[in-house]
Design a protein around this ligand. Structure first.
Ligand SMILES: Cc1cc2nc3c(=O)[nH]c(=O)nc-3n(C[C@H](O)[C@H](O)[C@H](O)COP(=O)(O)OP(=O)(O)OC[C@H]3O[C@@H](n4cnc5c(N)ncnc54)[C@H](O)[C@@H]3O)c2cc1C
Length: 327
């Protein structure tokens, strides 16, 4: 890449993901401190608020390209040994591994967003003179015991010791405060608005009786948790897996487990925090990993899970989720 365009032009024109943290890891990743990139002093994407996602500035170029626009090549000054397109965990990891092999390598990481990390981003909020950090994207190092040797090595090389979460994550916090899972029922669906506590921690009959659901939905709730029914009889595991990959969890509950509509509605929004879509769009097979201990019912005795998280707790996350890994 030899065309001469100033760094400022390049950064402004293509929106390379450069954050404004002056932390050493930043310099490690990019080889330079941020003040060498001609960005404003207050340039710090994590502190921006509002619904950001693919913010303005990240999509216009692609849309213009789709509409037929073309540009002459704009390249940064100098030559690079590696240009990585996409500054998410994958791209940053690629840069890390390349630099490991070639410590002197000049690496350019491009991203269409104003911050690096891809889905692994953070938000910072100034509240009453303090900074609160939250996930701007993905949450957890899920089941690190199952990571590949390469991934485990990567975590260790960037200084993440997952064992330490056992010391620093208070697994009894919520139960010690008397808190438990609860379901919020709305009046539009259930005739009354009600919060029912104890999901998964009190007997299902007791929980069901406290809900504003109709009698059939209550009975179905107890059934899906206490019956040991295989709802896909006559199929081998391969056939079950194939079917469950093709139908939604909602369709599975409706057509195979045959539960009442009010129970379907109870689970419809269950996955919004994981998958960001309703359960009519989540493949039934995806739910298999969330069936333990009062999770999502209906699959435990139909297609018992092999492998997976097992007893490993879901504790491996930083205050900013996985953004600390990117950073
Ligand atoms: C809702 C949700 C929750 C998740 N929760 C977790 C979790 O808790 N734990 C976990 O480990 N994983 C989680 N994941 C999965 C995780 O987000 C991904 O596995 C991971 O982010 C993938 O990283 P990546 O670098 O491959 O892609 P991304 O994070 O998507 O990064 C790719 C980057 O490249 C940019 N890019 C793409 N094309 C171009 C281009 N042509 N030019 C410039 N830039 C480009 C993109 O805009 C993006 O910034 C979750 C995923 C979702 C959707």
């Amino acid at each position: 890449m030899k065309d001469k365009v100033t760094r400022r032009d390049f950064l402004n024109g293509t929106r390379v993901a450069i954050g404004a943290s002056l932390l050493t890891p930043w310099t490690n990743v990019f080889g330079r401190a941020v003040n060498e990139f001609a960005l404003d002093d207050d340039y710090y994407p994590p502190a921006k608020t509002g619904l950001r996602g693919s913010h303005d500035g990240s999509w216009e170029t692609m849309h213009a390209r789709v509409a037929g626009n073309t540009w002459s090549h704009a390249a940064p000054d100098g030559e690079y040994d590696l240009v990585v397109v996409g500054g998410g965990i994958s791209g940053l990891s690629a840069a890390h591994f390349f630099r490991k092999e070639k410590p002197e390598a000049r690496i350019l990481v491009l991203d269409n967003h104003d911050d690096f990390g891809g889905h692994a981003k953070r938000n910072e909020f100034a509240i009453g003179g303090t900074t609160r950090i939250g996930y701007g994207g993905t949450e957890s190092i899920d089941t690190p015991s199952g990571y590949t040797a390469v991934s485990k090595t990567l975590l260790s090389e960037i200084g993440v010791d997952v064992q330490r979460f056992y010391d620093y994550y208070d697994q009894d916090l919520y139960s010690s405060m008397g808190l438990s899972y609860a379901i919020a029922y709305d009046s539009a669906t259930y005739g009354q608005r009600k919060l029912v506590r104890g999901y998964g921690s009190i007997p299902w009959e007791e929980f069901a009786a406290a809900t504003p659901m109709n009698e059939r939905a209550r009975a179905d709730l107890v059934r899906v948790f206490t019956d040991k029914t295989d709802y896909l009889p006559g199929m081998d595991d391969g056939e079950k897996r194939q079917l469950l990959s093709k139908i939604s969890y909602r369709a599975y509950l409706k057509d195979y487990v045959k539960v009442d509509d009010q129970l379907l509605e109870m689970y419809q929004r269950w996955g919004m925090s994981y998958w960001c879509v309703g359960m009519d769009e989540v493949p039934a097979i995806a739910v298999q990993g969330y069936t333990d201990g009062g999770g999502i019912p209906g699959l435990v005795h139909t297609l018992p899970r092999t492998g997976g998280r097992g007893d490993e707790p879901y504790i491996f996350h930083f205050p900013d989720g996985t953004a600390s890994i990117a950073r």
